[in-house]
Ligand binder design. Structure first.
Ligand code: CP
Length: 311
């Protein structure tokens, strides 16, 4: 077991050292290599209960955490918030304390609209808490699966130039990726209209651009982001048509990046808003379905390292 990993929770990429990120990615790579023939120990988390609390919708993150937990032999308990007593006014604290008393979970996976909820939950339980996305702050396992995807495509992360394009201001994916990529020695360009470019960035050395032409120059990979309308005040963009014209990734705009540059998107995609169909579906350059696939091994690694670490 990688001894480099000393975290009790996975609240964000920010608290992790480069060594801890490498430990997670190496273990994720181990599982990625063995997922098809299932040649890994299937029971290292047998007897463990993993509790899933998603206060926001999800297709990829929740399902891949469930698959990751089950592949390692854990029991998976998902609370459907829409039909839970949260709807009768139960507070987050009471919901967490109730489920903790009932299930004695070995890990809690939480997604919430409120910034800082995973830390709040971690203070009330005695098991690891994994942040599956809190507001616009962090989405650490998304950044890990993105890094795994880059590592499997390019054999390294250090020295790559990665453009992150679109709604940077409201994106937890952009935040976690900027932090991880800089810690791992990549160059990061962010590209967005001024209204979607935050003044303060979560990592040193990230370069800001306002046009795709400038920002994609010299990039090995281009990561597109969805407009996060659920967190965006009205009127920040002129129209989706105008946004696509200037910031939507087309083959023409992609030509500004390095020849053969890879295309990424965390999903869900809004086709025709931030990405054109032929780019999203390009069988050679689009890594989007590989990102989705890598969600399972990346989350297996996170669960294993957190739940089996000696404390
Ligand atoms: N990328 C991502 O977090 O997708 P979901 O919202 O479907 O989990």
């Amino acid at each position: 077991m990688p001894e480099a990993f000393t975290q009790n929770h996975l609240i964000g990429i920010a608290p992790l050292s480069a060594e801890e990120i490498r430990a997670l990615l190496s273990r994720a790579e181990y599982y990625a290599d063995r997922l098809d023939d299932k040649s890994f120990k299937p029971d290292i988390l047998r007897g463990c209960a993993v509790l899933s609390l998603f206060f926001e919708d999800s297709t990829r993150t929740r399902t891949s955490f469930e698959m990751a937990a089950k592949r390692l032999g854990a029991d998976w308990v998902n609370i459907d918030i829409a039909t839970s007593s949260v709807k009768k006014g139960e507070t987050l604290r009471d919901t967490v304390l109730t489920l903790h008393a009932m299930l004695r979970p070995d890990a809690i996976i939480i997604r919430h609209t409120e910034y800082g909820t995973p830390e709040f939950v971690a203070k009330h339980v005695n098991c690891p808490v994994i942040n599956a996305g809190d507001s616009w702050r962090e989405h650490p396992t998304q950044a890990l699966l993105d890094a795994l995807t880059l590592r499997r495509r390019f054999g390294r992360i250090e020295g790559l130039t990665v453009a992150i394009c679109g709604d940077i201001a409201h994106s937890r994916v952009a935040n976690s990726n900027m932090i991880l990529l800089r810690k791992m020695g990549a160059d990061v360009h962010i590209v967005a209209p001024p209204a979607l470019l935050p003044d303060k960035l979560p990592a040193e050395g990230v370069k800001k651009f306002e046009t795709m032409e400038e920002g994609l120059k010299g990039c090995d990979a281009v990561m597109m982001l969805r407009l996060q309308k659920e967190r965006m005040q009205a009127g920040l963009i002129e129209s989706e048509v105008a946004y696509f014209r200037h910031y939507g990734l087309t083959l023409e705009k992609l030509a500004h990046a390095k020849p053969g540059a890879a295309v990424m998107h965390p999903g869900p995609m809004n086709r025709g808003v931030e990405i054109a169909d032929d780019v999203a579906d390009d069988p050679d350059r689009s890594l989007i379905l590989q990102q989705v696939r890598n969600g399972v091994p990346a989350r297996m690694a996170a669960l294993e390292l957190l739940l089996t670490r000696k404390r």
